[in-house]
Design a protein around this ligand. Structure first.
Ligand SMILES: C[S@@+](CC[C@H](N)C(=O)[O-])C[C@H]1O[C@@H](n2cnc3c(N)ncnc32)[C@H](O)[C@@H]1O
Length: 284
């Protein structure tokens, strides 16, 4: 669904678009590819987006689009001082293939073996899959495998500055896997290395929450797809949570805040969501 949302965004007129992801459409199902090919017509795209938002609720698509743009910018800034980028739970992230700021960097795409095998098969078929960076694939399960060992074996240099990106993943993991992944990042990254990650507010895990009206539909949609949200954080204690793990919080931005900077100037009415956050931290 991330790829569908990014592909729809990439069909917008460029003055409205938050980013262009030329690879997104290669990762979707045949049925969605058909929809996307007719969505080149503005009226069809608008109808598809509004139906998508009616079924999924107003939060997910706008939040996904805002977070993609926000992380593109954050990665462009932080990659300037880094030689290597580790994308954890890379899924259909196409930044190694489309962001010029990553040119000349080594990008480690770490993901579950099943998702990664699917992505690599689709990349082989795609015409726009040439990278701006040098990509190394690392297949593992955050719940079971040794992330430090796997990334070192793939060639990560602990003496060189790096950036770790962990987007759209923590909410699907057990607390133990979240903590062990943070510990592995801490072991791999030299001081000053940046960590960009997303989380959902723990209050949103309760379907009866009144804090976020969009939560009920969103939480039940991910659960019905067999990928329930099981981990969340409290923004009020986030700085302490990170400090306890020897990270320094630089910024915590909800996709609602990010969306306010992106949508209105482009004449768009979408909003992001207060429950979905992007964190910029650095290794102490
Ligand atoms: C919602 S997708 C996000 C993908 C990408 N980062 C993005 O934002 O588009 C979640 C990703 O987490 C990965 N993932 C979930 N649980 C995992 C686990 N236990 N081990 C490894 N990867 C996992 C999935 O394979 C998938 O690529």
């Amino acid at each position: 669904m991330m790829a569908v949302q990014r592909a729809l965004e990439s069909r917008r007129p460029c003055r409205e678009r938050l980013f262009t992801d030329p690879l997104a459409a290669s990762f979707v199902s045949r049925r969605w590819r058909l929809v996307l090919s007719v969505a080149r017509l503005g009226v069809v795209r608008q109808a598809v987006e509004s139906l998508y938002d009616r079924i999924g609720g107003p939060g997910p698509r706008a939040s996904a689009i805002a977070r993609t743009r926000f992380i593109d910018e954050a990665l462009e800034q932080t990659a300037a001082g880094a030689e290597q980028i580790v994308i954890l739970g890379a899924g259909f992230d196409s930044r190694a293939y489309r962001l010029n700021a990553l040119a000349g960097r080594v990008v480690y795409e770490v993901d579950h073996p099943a998702t990664q095998a699917f992505k690599r098969a689709r990349l082989r078929r795609s015409a726009s899959s040439s990278t701006v960076s040098s990509v190394r694939f690392v297949a593992l399960d955050f719940e079971r495998d040794d992330l430090t060992r796997a990334v070192l074996d793939a060639g990560y240099d602990v003496r060189a500055p790096g950036v770790f990106l962990w987007e759209g993943v923590t909410n699907y993991l057990t607390p133990a896997a979240v903590y062990s992944t943070l510990a592995a990042i801490r072991r791999l990254g030299c001081p000053g290395s940046a960590l960009l990650f997303t989380y959902v507010e723990e209050a949103a895990l309760d379907p009866d929450t009144v804090a976020f009206p969009e939560a009920r539909q969103w939480v039940s949609a991910v659960r019905s797809r067999g990928e329930p949200w099981i981990f969340g954080l409290d923004p009020g204690s986030l700085a302490d949570f990170l400090r306890d793990r020897r990270f320094v919080m630089v910024a915590d931005t909800s996709t609602a805040e990010a969306g306010r900077a992106y949508f209105p100037p482009r004449g768009r009415e979408e909003r992001g969501s207060g429950l979905y956050h992007v964190v910029h931290a650095s290794i102490a």
